[in-house]
Design a protein around this ligand. Structure first.
Ligand SMILES: NC(=O)c1ccc[n+]([C@@H]2O[C@H](COP(=O)([O-])OP(=O)(O)OC[C@H]3O[C@@H](n4cnc5c(N)ncnc54)[C@H](O)[C@@H]3O)[C@@H](O)[C@H]2O)c1
Length: 252
């Protein structure tokens, strides 16, 4: 499939996990993609992998940047448009997770999670909107099942992801008649950097763990990236304002 031939995309969080798999998938399907992440070395490697897998016209360009920095976001979006001459898809995948008992959740950690996951997604959407309205393109944001299903010890993370889902449906209606589509994915447990690095606070009640476990085990980043690609492509033409749960049946 070459669903993105002649199309330009930005993928955030492209150095690792779901963002990396999304970058590779889009470029394999012909996208010209700006790959954005904080982690420069891993981003370079992801870009090389995407270019090795590139389909007709596909190319990946590394652009290290912090999505929670307003000026860096503006430079990222204008850089993509200058380089590719257009912007058709914005895949906001970058995110961080922190865990804590909510009764002693540090405020600075709360603010860090909200700033990256929610404000960062907003900043990227705001900067990209004029270009996506011109191309009648698509945004795919990254929520989480934690936004809806009560995952313990993840208050800031869940709140940020609930915010992303709300932002998604708001933009979907606000710009629907202008031809833009805005959807989100809500993954459950996926084998990535976030899940490898996760630690839980002392004294948790392990009997609550089944809430966040899939009956068929954790997903692969590629199985999530394929849904992102569908939402960003013409195959998702009648999907707008949806938050698509991808959790192997955890919350079915
Ligand atoms: N892995 C899961 O189980 C799971 C479940 C639900 C949702 N998610 C979401 O999926 C998205 C991707 O995460 P992942 O699981 O692939 O983890 P990951 O850690 O492998 O990838 C996240 C990437 O985001 C980048 N990033 C973090 N802060 C950034 C910033 N300020 N600016 C630019 N880049 C930044 C990181 O450097 C990293 O490369 C996240 O939004 C995460 O919340 C993951």
């Amino acid at each position: 499939m070459e669903r993105f031939e002649g199309r330009a995309a930005i993928v955030t969080g492209a150095a690792s996990g779901i963002g990396r798999a999304t970058l590779i998938r889009l470029v394999a399907e012909g996208a010209q993609a700006l790959a954005v992440d904080l982690s420069e070395d891993a981003l370079e490697l992801a870009t090389v992998a995407a270019n090795q897998a590139a389909g007709s016209g596909g190319t990946a360009v590394a652009h290290p940047a912090d999505i929670s920095d307003e000026a860096a976001v503006a430079a990222t979006v204008s850089g993509a448009v200058e380089r590719f001459g257009r912007l058709d898809a914005l895949c906001n995948i970058a995110g961080i997770m922190r865990t804590a008992h909510t009764h002693d959740h540090p405020l600075d950690v709360w603010e860090e999670v909200l700033r990256v996951n929610l404000t960062g997604t907003f900043l990227m959407c705001r900067a990209a909107l004029p270009h996506l309205l011109e191309s009648r393109g698509a945004i795919v944001n990254c929520s989480s099942t934690s936004a809806t299903f009560g995952h313990p010890w993840m208050a800031a993370y869940a709140a940020s992801k609930g915010g992303v889902a709300a932002l998604t449906s708001t933009l979907a209606v606000e710009y629907a008649k202008a031809g833009l589509r805005v959807n989100a994915i809500a993954p459950g447990s996926v084998e990535t950097g976030i899940t490898q690095a996760i630690t839980f606070p002392e004294g948790i009640d392990a009997s609550l763990f089944p809430r966040i476990m899939s009956p068929i085990g954790p997903g692969r980043p590629e199985s999530v990236a394929s849904v992102v690609a569908m939402l960003a492509s013409e195959d998702g033409a009648h999907l707008n304002g949806a938050t698509v749960r991808i959790d192997g049946g955890t919350h079915a």
